[in-house]
Structures are given as C-alpha cells and as structure tokens.
Design a protein around this ligand. Structure first.
Ligand code: SPV
Ligand code: MN
Length: 634
C-alpha cells in the first residue's frame, strides 16, 4: 500500500466537513465508496481549496449532461451552431504544455538527467500554499475513472478532482468512468490522484495567476497537482500526467507504459496483427494509426506480459488531437467527424465565427470575424508588434470520442488487451534512416530505433528549424525516470517474453539530394503491410549493418497490391541506400547523450559499438553510400 500524502496534518471530523459542502445526494454518492482515505482526501480539499460545493460524477447520462451544461454556463465552453459541439479557449499564454513548470518531485537532490525535477518537500509545501483558497466560489467535480477496459486485470484507476467543468467534460469524453468499480471495491482499489484548479479566471475566462502555474508530479504518492492552467496537456490528469505516474510504476513492476498508438494491420487471410507505434508530435503518428486496418488507440498504450505474451490496452476512449491542417482531402475521416452535427466535440483554440460556425486552418471556406484564442478576431488582425494573429492557433485541438472512427477495433474493450506483434518508432529524419527497417533483435531495435529516436523540429524557431531533437521513445516530455532506466526496463521486459515483438524504425521524411521527399504519404501503407508480413516471417529480408530491410521484389508486389502502383528499382535503391556517414554521426550523438546518463545499461553501449563496427566495415568495403543490392546475399 502506498502512504498517501495529506494536504492537512491535523485530525478533524471528516463527515461534518464533507456534509458542509455536499448536499445529501452527493454525500451519499461519495459514501457508497467505502474508502475512508478517499473521504479524508476530499475533506482535505474542501478545507484547503475551499470550493463552494462538491459534485460527484458517477458517469450517468444526467451527470454528463450536467457537466456539459455548467461548462457552458460558466463560460468555460462556448456553444457553436451544433448543440454537441463547443469551443474552449485556454488563454493566450496557456496554449500548450508548460515544460518549465512541470516538475517531477524527487527525494534525491541529484535529480534525473534531462528531466525537470524539484525537491519533494519543497514542491509539496509550495503547491499546498498555492492550493489555499484556490477554488473559492467554485463548484468542484470528482470523477472516478478506469484506465483501460472494464473488468480487465491490465487496467488502472484514477480519481480526478477539478474545479473546471471543461476538464471534467473532457475526461468524460476521453476516459471510461469507473465509479461502479470504486463502489464495488472500496478501499481495495488502488488509484492515482489528480488535483487540478484553473485558479482565478479573468473576464475572458482565462486563468489569471500564471505566475503560480504549476504541474507537480509526486511519484511516491501517485498524485499530480496542477494549478492555474487550463490547457488539457497540463490539466487532464488522466492523459499525460498519469503517463508520468504509470511510467514510474511500470518501472517498479516490470511493465511498459508508452506514448504509442495501438493498431491492427491485416495480413493474408483473416490475420490481424497488432502494432504499437511511437512518434514525436507532427511525425505521422495519428495518420499511421488512422490508416491502419483497425484502431485500438491513437496516443497511449499500457503493455504487460501475460503468459509470455506482451498485451496492450488503450487507457483512453477518446482523442485529443491536433486540428491544425486537418482538411477533407488528407484527413477525410477526422474531417467528417469534426464537421458532423451529430458528433460530440470540444474544440479548443480555434475560431468561432459570428455565424456560429467554427473555422480552423484546413477547414473549407474563409475565416470570418469572430472569437478566437486571443479574443475578438477579424481578418487582418495584428498583435501589438504588428504580427498577424492567425484565426486558429497552431496547437488548436479537438477532443472527441474514438468510437466515431469507422475502423475502431472492438477489442479496445477486450479485457485481455491485444497481443503486440510489432513495435514501431518513427521520427522526422531527412537523411539517415531508410523508410522501414527491422531491428536485428528486440534489444537492438529498442536501442537503435527507440532509445535513439530523434526528430527534426518542425516549427521554425529562429535558426533551429530542422535541428534534430533527441526524443527517445517519443516520450521525453512525459517520462518520470531516466531514459537509461527506461531502456533497462525494456530489456527486462523482453526477457519475460516467449515471443518478443519485432521492433521497427520507420521514416516518412527521407529526402533526396535536391531536398524532395522520396516517398509519398500513402506509401506508409506498404511499409505497414511489409512489417505485418515480417512479424510472421512471411517475407525475407536483407541484412544491412543497421538492421533488416525489405527485398525489392517483395515491395514491388506490395506496392502493386496495396496501392496499385509501380515501384521502380531506382527508387528502391535510393530509399534503401545505407547512408553510413549519417548513421555514424547519429551513433556519436546518441552515445554522447547516454554517456551522461549514469544508469544507462552497458548493453546499450555494446549495441551501439557493434553497429558502429558493422557500419565502418561496410564503408571500408563499399564506400559511404551503399546500395541495398550490395548486401543482398541471395
Ligand atoms: C502530445 O503532445 O503528444 C499530445 C497532446 O498528445 S498533450 O496532451 O498536450 O501532450
Ligand atoms: Mn501524445
């Protein structure tokens, strides 16, 4: 059992405190959960944060509707012309994750390499003082959630307390309410805790006290505190805040919590093979998931070993996706969902036009005057420096149910999860990785595809566009242990498996000498089908110094069958040329990073050293840019 941190040390009469802010109906709802520690936590929140009342969300239709309605009444969301679609504005300085103020609380003063940490004692005392009176005058909502399929031994539980109806509404869309499980199991249930307050809001509804914006993650106690912010990445506890807690718990218990989609790819006959995939933002994660034959999840995966088989569940049932650029041609399915009067969507930080229509970059038609993330907006509006204010923000988002996807896999609710056949890592890489490549082994794949993942920046920060950012497992922003330990966990996990997933690296962004993309967007379908066949050893491969790549004739068949396209030998050679200098430079970069992370397993360096050796040997023999044909031993 974990020892729960209390907000208050002194003893008091819990029941009378609860009754003071809960009407009998909500008091009874809470009492039905026989967990004195939970009651005490809510009572502590009442005394410290001083909400005007407490609402217990049981997940009933009435509760869902109530929370939607108050969010509109309180101006946290604004209606559009469709009753199920609303807009939320985070506030002009609160539009993204706050890396600086997101801290892992640690007891060890030396911190965690590459992560933002803070001493636990100081952090807790600071956050407790920020929490004082933070909910004055506001109702607070308590939600009980099940992260994963109901009745699944793989699922986890969480309690969210928030004074934001928008946050609770988002969670009602994104997660499975698990109130009944809490009632059934009482104090037997282990759960994570999330305490959020938007704090004081200004006349636009934005959080005012941004200097007291904090996201503090207490691993010891399975609790996250979030204050004076509204952006879902900072506030929706069950998403990326829970990820920090589950990464840590998985490390202790030997399972994986990943920033990965889960998707099924059809093979010959009726075969369906499941893949999980990690990509940094803006590198094709959503598009890969959605173009798969079935989708189990688009963002998160919990993977555990059961009888030697890795099994994945999606802790979510909704999507919180980037809306910028979504258009009817490239993303027909999402576009249709977002424009259907029948789908429930919370848009954030897009434009609400005077007509009640919404507009985002990619939406058909021109943006007209209305309301956006910066206030009243009109075409041509500029900020105080004279820079144009775009109608819809580049990190504008949509929150909606995953059940709207036509190819949603019903096994999203399978209590046993789905078996993972392959794990995919992909980044934005113009000049190093081939379009698809299998690791030589689980460990080799984990090191060279996962632990070594990098991505080129997309936003043109001055002088930095194109610069490679190290983003191991695409999880650097959400990890709570050192990446050395995270890598060691993957090795340890692999040892338990009878059949290890094949690990793949993909690269949709490889360019030729003149800077043109070599592959077309749709080609990823072929890479997916090739990986599916590889999982079952239904096609061969060519072994190169960096892994296993497709044989030309197999791709010709797949291009033909999947895309009805010809695939020339010339293009194959270009795409699958082994670019030795780039690989060697990458190994140097990755080596240098891990050399500064004390708990990196020695095996990582061994694998990198061996790969460097193979590359150098090949370079001596064939030169720096080596055609795949040179390695074809058949
Ligand atoms: C991501 O950025 O990877 C997201 C959105 O899924 S956030 O919740 O902000 O992390
Ligand atoms: Mn994500």
């Amino acid at each position: 059992m974990i020892c729960r941190e209390k907000l208050l040390d002194e003893d008091y009469d819990v029941e009378s405190v609860l009754r003071s802010k809960m009407d009998p109906k909500h008091f009874d709802r809470l009492m039905k959960i026989r967990d004195p520690e939970l009651h005490r936590w809510i009572a502590d929140i009442i005394i410290v944060c001083q909400p005007s009342s407490i609402y217990i969300n049981t997940g009933s239709q009435d509760d869902f509707e109530y929370i939607r309605r108050v969010s509109l009444e309180r101006g946290e969301e604004i209606p559009t012309r469709y009753p199920l679609q609303t807009i939320h504005f985070d506030g002009i300085k609160d539009l993204a994750r706050d890396r600086e103020n997101t801290r892992i609380l640690v007891e060890d003063a030396s911190g965690i390499p590459l992560l933002n940490t803070k001493g636990r004692i100081d952090g807790l005392s600071e956050i407790k003082s920020i929490l004082k009176g933070i909910m004055i005058g506001k109702e607070a909502y308590v939600g009980f959630f099940c992260l994963g399929p109901k009745k699944s031994p793989l699922s986890l539980y969480a309690v969210q307390v928030t004074d934001s109806a928008y946050v609770m509404h988002s969670e009602n869309i994104l997660y499975r309410v698990g109130y009944d499980d809490f009632v059934e199991k009482g104090s037997e249930i282990r759960y994570m805790r999330f305490l959020h307050s938007a704090g004081e809001r200004n006349e636009y509804g934005w959080s005012k006290n941004l200097d007291k914006r904090r996201i503090y993650i207490d691993l010891v106690d399975d609790t996250v505190y979030s204050t004076n912010t509204q952006y879902a990445g900072n506030t929706v506890g069950l998403k990326k805040l829970a990820l920090r807690l589950t990464v840590y718990r998985g490390y202790l218990e030997g399972w994986l919590s990943e920033h990965m989609f889960i998707a099924g790819i059809k093979g010959p006959g009726d075969r369906l093979t499941y893949f999980t995939g990690a990509f940094p933002a803006g590198c094709g994660k959503t598009s890969t998931a959605l173009m798969s034959d079935t989708v189990v999840g688009d963002d998160l995966a919990i993977i555990r070993e059961v009888d030697g088989v890795p099994r994945a569940i999606n802790p979510e049932v909704g999507m919180f996706g980037i809306i910028d650029g979504i258009n009817p041609k490239d993303d027909p399915e999402i576009y249709e969902i977002l424009t259907s009067p029948y789908s429930e969507v919370i848009f954030s930080n897009i434009l609400l036009m005077g007509s009640g229509e919404v507009w985002w970059n990619g939406k058909i038609g021109a943006p007209m005057a209305g309301l956006n993330y910066a206030g009243i907006w009109w075409p041509g509006k500029v900020d105080e420096r004279g820079n144009p204010i775009p109608p819809s923000h580049s990190n504008a988002r949509f929150t909606t149910h995953i059940k709207y996807l036509k190819n949603l896999d019903p096994r999203i609710e399978d209590p046993d999860g789905v078996p993972v056949g392959g794990m995919i890592f992909g980044g934005r890489d113009s000049d190093t990785w081939v379009p698809v490549e299998e690791g030589l082994s689980w460990e080799h794949g984990i090191v060279t595809k996962g632990a070594a993942l990098e991505s080129e920046r997309t936003t043109a920060v001055l002088g930095r566009a194109g610069e490679r950012e190290f983003n191991p497992y695409a999880i650097l922003d959400f990890i709570s242990i050192s990446v050395g330990k995270f890598t060691e966990l993957h090795f340890r996990f692999g040892e338990k498996l009878k059949v290890k997933p094949k690990v793949f690296g993909v690269n949709y962004f490889l360019k030729d000498e003149s800077g043109r993309y070599l592959a077309e967007k749709v080609d990823k379908k072929v890479w997916l089908k090739w990986m599916e066949l590889r999982v079952h050893d239904d096609v061969g491969f060519i072994e190169v110094p960096t892994g296993r790549i497709p044989i030309y004739v197999d791709l010709v068949k797949l291009f033909n069958k999947v895309l009805d396209k010809d695939y020339s030998e010339q293009l194959y050679e270009k795409e699958f040329t082994i670019r030795v200098p780039q690989h060697l430079a990458k190994i140097e970069r990755i080596w240098r990073i891990y050399a500064n992370i004390p708990d990196t397993p020695e095996l990582l360096f061994k694998i990198l050293r061996e790969e460097r050796g193979r590359l150098k040997k090949a370079e001596d023999r064939y030169g720096s840019y080596i055609s795949p044909m040179k390695f074809d031993k058949r």
